[in-house]
Design a protein around this ligand. Structure first.
Ligand SMILES: Cc1cc2nc3c(=O)[nH]c(=O)nc-3n(C[C@H](O)[C@H](O)[C@H](O)COP(=O)(O)OP(=O)(O)OC[C@H]3O[C@@H](n4cnc5c(N)ncnc54)[C@H](O)[C@@H]3O)c2cc1C
Length: 229
């Protein structure tokens, strides 16, 4: 039965969609409302350790960077810190591992952590602190009620390995070819295309999720060198 009556957010406005579609491609991200609306469950693996993210101005770190304002990824003995430049005036998005004892004074703990990695750095205006557990998930099916799930809606990965966006783009390309074939030649079996998408990507995602966990464990096991981009 085709999906009907779902809400599409377009140009910051909510719009009800009442059309019948041959297929719907759900690419609405990790917390997909389309996936939830047809009751597709997900299996999730959560990290045991906590992570944090925040914004901050960070000065005096030029000696650690290849070029001013480049990204930094640092790790040592199970501890890690990533700084992504947001603007030219030393404003960064920082993320890293978190320990329970950091909970009393998050700002100070983050400042200390950055200073541990980047000695003599000057950290100010820490804001937007969030603490969370990293996770990955896999949807129980990639197709239901004429809806294909693609990208983060279908699965997510632990961040190590840079697999999320890459996998989503590959799935979209694969699916576009399958749907084009079905639409152009109605004698072709829809079921075969659906099966090909489901089987190819379930197997591939499981393999890639295993890889991302292996990379994560390797990084936790020893001090990795510093990366700059
Ligand atoms: C900090 C971080 C770093 C990452 N680094 C990498 C990396 O280095 N390499 C890599 O490959 N991947 C990386 N990823 C993962 C990557 O960002 C995701 O896998 C990718 O963005 C997923 O794309 P998507 O289109 O499936 O979902 P999303 O990017 O979540 O896009 C879904 C879109 O749907 C929109 N939407 C939701 N509901 C509705 C609605 N009702 N109506 C209209 N629009 C709607 C949302 O606004 C959003 O724009 C990273 C992720 C994070 C959080």
């Amino acid at each position: 039965m085709p999906i009907k009556n779902f809400i599409l957010e377009k140009n910051d406005a909510l719009q009800r969609v009442d059309d019948d579609f041959t297929f719907t491609v759900a690419a609405d991200g990790r917390n997909s409302s389309i996936r939830n609306s047809v009751g597709i469950d997900i299996q999730e693996i959560k990290d045991t350790e906590l992570s944090f993210s925040c914004d901050a101005y960070i000065h005096n770190i030029q000696s650690y960077q290849k070029h001013p304002g480049t990204m930094l990824q640092l790790s040592k003995s199970k501890d890690r810190l990533i700084l992504v430049p947001i603007s030219d005036d030393n404003f960064y998005r920082a993320s890293g591992s978190w320990t329970i004892k950091d909970n009393n004074d998050p700002e100070n703990s983050i400042r200390k952590k950055i200073n541990t990695f980047l000695v003599n750095s000057d950290v100010s205006n820490i804001s937007n602190i969030t603490v969370y557990k990293l996770s990955s998930h896999l949807s129980d099916t990639f197709f239901s009620n004429n809806i294909f799930l693609v990208g983060d809606c279908a699965q997510t990965f632990f961040p190590n390995g840079g697999l999320g966006l890459n996998t989503g783009i590959e799935q979209a390309y694969f699916l576009a070819k399958e749907i084009t074939q079905i639409m152009q030649n109605p004698t072709l079996s829809r079921e075969l295309s659906i099966k090909r998408y489901e089987e190819t990507w379930r197997q591939e995602v499981l393999k890639r999720q295993k890889t991302s966990i292996e990379i994560k464990e390797k990084i936790s096991a020893k001090s990795f060198p510093r990366f700059t981009y």
